[in-house]
Ligand binder design. Structure first.
Ligand SMILES: [Zn+2]
Ligand SMILES: [Zn+2]
Ligand SMILES: [Zn+2]
Ligand SMILES: [Zn+2]
Length: 357
């Protein structure tokens, strides 16, 4: 909402997404070229301002320097986990029950799984299933700082364990990191060798597709969810195509305003509402948290647009295909309409029409 003190000229040069104002239209065009605003950005449910991440939306709504009008309404009927605004206070209470997760209620299964190997890795003919993976590391090298994978867990999209095992590292363990891992030498002595773990998981993920063949969504290979998967995959000495990876440490809406990653512990507390990684850590718990974050992001209800994928050629080039003076004659709304995201929004995973692109 523009106040009546603003000149019409400044209003014309106001970004329709983030509401920044520019003295000259050419500066707004320049801003739009580099901002990649889109329908996929987190948005304030009150003033419709687009934010680069949920962190900046949180600042906008809750503080330390919130927008007063939005803060007032948000305090009354906004959910401080998912940051949506409900139409009434009673609506908020109902919503909170579904939005607030509790620590995975799979504790018994989890402890049983601790006793040994659980292995349900089977190839099937289903399309693009979702799997979450997490590891726990022990220390190798002379000072124990080298991460060696000692436990790994995979779950399906219903939070069921499909693989859970200790891993026998290829290098000697110099620090078991007992306080956080709960691991003792005897647990790893007879454990599954790393090479075998790697092959089992790789085969399961590819699900019968040759790895060099996985170039697009919609095949049989599985979507791999995790947090900081680069590191996990490196420790497992595994590769997997980036197009099939959904990493909660690298998804822009879940990153800090500074564009650094948030920890899984922080994200789980802030967006799911419960604590993880207290005391001795089970990779199952990390799997569940990262999967729930993924599911929440996938269920975002965004508008559909033409050519929404970051890989669409029109996507990054949409401004390049217009002349500067044509762009400068557009309204801010029109500029936003032709702007596209520079990342792949996970809401697109829920739309089957795009899975074959
Ligand atoms: Zn903007
Ligand atoms: Zn989206
Ligand atoms: Zn707002
Ligand atoms: Zn919520």
């Amino acid at each position: 909402m523009g106040s009546r003190h603003e000149s019409s000229e400044t209003l014309r040069n106001k970004c329709a997404a983030c509401y920044r104002q520019f003295n000259k239209m050419e500066h707004l065009v320049e801003h739009m070229r580099t901002s990649y605003h889109s329908v996929h950005e987190p948005m304030c449910g009150i003033c419709r301002k687009h934010c680069r991440s949920f962190e900046s939306l949180r600042e906008h709504l809750i503080g330390p320097l919130p927008k007063a009008e939005c803060e007032r309404i948000f305090k009354d009927r906004g959910c401080d986990l998912c940051l949506t605004v409900l139409s009434s206070r009673s609506g908020l209470w109902n919503h909170r029950e579904a939005c607030q997760f509790s620590r995975s209620n799979n504790g018994v299964l989890c402890r049983l799984a601790n006793l040994g190997i659980q292995d349900e890795l089977r190839l099937d003919n289903s399309r693009a299933k979702v799997v979450a993976l997490a590891c726990k590391m022990v220390g190798g090298g002379s000072d124990g700082s080298l991460d060696l994978c000692a436990r790994v867990c995979l779950i399906d999209e219903h939070e069921r364990i499909i693989f859970h095992t200790y891993v026998k590292p290829q290098l000697p363990v110099t620090n078991y990191r007992y306080e956080t891992t709960g691991l003792r030498p005897e647990f790893l002595r007879e454990a599954m060798p790393l090479k075998q773990v790697q092959r089992r998981i790789q085969d399961y993920l590819c699900n019968g597709e040759p790895i060099w063949h996985i170039r697009s969504r919609g095949g049989r290979a599985r979507v791999l969810v995790g947090h900081g998967l680069d590191h996990d995959l490196k420790c497992l000495e595994m590769e997997y195509p980036p197009i099939m990876i959904r990493d909660t440490a690298k998804y822009p809406p879940l990153m800090k305003t500074s564009k650094l990653s948030n920890s899984l512990k922080y994200l789980t507390k802030a967006y799911l509402g419960y604590d993880i990684q207290t005391g001795q850590q089970d990779p199952y718990e990390d799997c569940v948290a990262t999967l729930r974050l993924y599911m929440r992001m996938r269920s975002q209800n965004h508008d559909t647009e033409d050519c929404p994928l970051a890989t669409d050629p029109q996507n990054r080039n949409n401004f390049a295909s217009w002349r500067q003076n044509e762009l400068e004659r557009m309204t801010p709304e029109k500029l936003l309409e032709i702007s596209r995201s520079d990342y792949y929004c996970w809401c697109l995973d829920s739309r089957t029409s795009h899975t074959n692109s």
